[in-house]
Design a protein around this ligand. Structure first.
Ligand code: ZN
Ligand code: ZN
Length: 411
């Protein structure tokens, strides 16, 4: 197979609305069907539509593996573990062999029983600094505070492994369980021992810290321990540029998506007010994407809130954010002289409050696409479209070919 490009090359924007797909519920409709979305419907009318199994039919995607697939990377081959994306998203430096974790501040009592697994959703840069740079058994440990109670942790040293268990108990009231090796091996045993030593050390340091003394005085839960989960091992992968020939940029608020983008060699574009939460500034994201398109061939734009509302079972909220995306993001992005693709990374039905394997709707609008008969952008209408039903890893080669960067097999 060879990578080719035609002389006439075009740009593309991929808008991913997290957890966009749904099942019929209120009034027998999905939130996408119920929402008033004139701009998305116009895209479907002018474009080619279909359904996409982001990983494979019947497989429920996580957001991390789903995004690898959307960018053309087989998640079964290239998934480094969630911690790697969190660390990259937090702007931490990673080298081959480093092991990274998602981490969070929690509140425990003297018996290390978990009182609040998120420490009242409050972390602190100062507490994070107190733990950053510790050295245990020849391994140096960096810790960076990201948002609320969340942090990312990177361990650098010999013989580390990502095959260790999570420390998060997922339930308040449980005594903290030790981190355990998930495979028989010296690196796994050693990594688990270092994680346990680090967590105990974090309690000793944080429980005595003046920031927590203040919090206790105010009646707030002290952020007196760090819990680690989602171990990942960093190994470099070929970039999107190397794989498809396109220079790529990312406009996202939440650190996971920035991390995935960085892992694949995308340039992170700052959008003022992009938070990955309900208060995110969609207009600012649209402008950042249009600016990025001047210097990059391919721009990935991510919106998180659709998924958050669905996890909360909030049909009206999801419908409202879809309408906002239509008005504030799609209306503006459609003006760009570029292919515009809109989809989700997985379905998150409000009736389930979790991800599901239901395929996601996909539309691609732009020069030369075989316009089909679909007039509305929703899970039911797009099923009769010209793209049929594809997998997530098919999307990037399809877009790249439209753009004039194509992979040819045979002569
Ligand atoms: Zn997702
Ligand atoms: Zn989700």
């Amino acid at each position: 197979m060879s990578l080719n490009s035609s002389s006439d090359k075009r740009h593309a924007i991929l808008l991913v609305c997290d957890g966009l797909g749904d099942r019929p519920s209120v009034g027998g409709k999905t939130p996408l069907q119920a929402a008033h979305t004139p701009h998305l419907d116009a895209l479907s009318d002018a474009g080619i539509n279909g359904l996409m199994d982001v990983i494979a039919p019947g497989i429920v995607p996580g957001s991390d593996t789903a995004h690898l697939a959307l960018f053309g990377y087989d998640p079964y081959r290239h998934y480094p573990g969630r911690g790697v994306f969190e660390a990259l998203g937090a702007d931490m430096e990673l080298c081959a062999g480093d092991v990274a974790f998602r981490a969070n501040f929690a509140t425990v009592d003297e018996q290390l029983r978990v009182i609040d697994r998120r420490a009242g959703r409050m972390g602190s840069k100062e507490l994070a600094r107190a733990l950053n740079g510790l050295e245990l058994q020849g391994v140096s440990i960096s810790l960076v505070h990201t948002t609320q109670h969340r942090c990312a942790v990177v361990m650098k040293g010999e013989q580390l492994s990502k095959y260790v268990s999570d420390m998060d108990t997922h339930r308040a009231g449980d005594v903290l369980q030790d981190c355990k090796p998930l495979r028989a091996g010296e690196a796994e045993r050693r990594t688990a021992a270092i994680v346990n030593a680090f967590v105990k050390r974090s309690y000793e340091i944080l429980n005595e810290h003046p920031v927590n003394a203040d919090r206790k005085r105010r009646g707030e839960p002290p952020a007196n321990i760090i819990l680690l989960r989602g171990a990942g091992s960093y190994e470099p992968v070929p970039s999107l540029k190397a794989r498809f020939g396109v220079s790529a940029a990312c406009v996202a608020g939440a650190s996971l998506y920035k991390g995935v983008a960085k892992y694949l060699g995308m340039k992170l574009i700052h959008a003022e007010g992009a938070t990955g939460r309900a208060d995110t500034n969609l207009q600012s994201k649209a402008e950042a994407a249009l600016r990025a398109l001047k210097e990059h061939d391919f721009v990935f734009v991510h919106v998180k809130e659709t998924d958050n509302d669905a996890h909360d079972g909030d049909f009206e909220g999801k419908k409202r954010i879809i309408e906002q995306i239509d008005q504030e993001l799609v209306a503006r992005l459609q003006e760009a002289d570029a292919y515009l693709a809109v989809t989700g990374d997985h379905s998150t039905p409000v009736s389930l409050k979790r991800h599901s394997s239901d395929p996601v709707p996909l539309v691609i609008r732009g020069e030369g696409v075989r316009r089909d008969r679909v007039k509305n952008f929703d899970e039911i209408s797009v099923a009769s479209g010209g793209l049929g039903r594809i997998r997530g890893v098919d999307l990037m080669p399809i877009l790249a070919d439209y753009m004039g960067y194509y992979i040819m097999y045979g002569t």
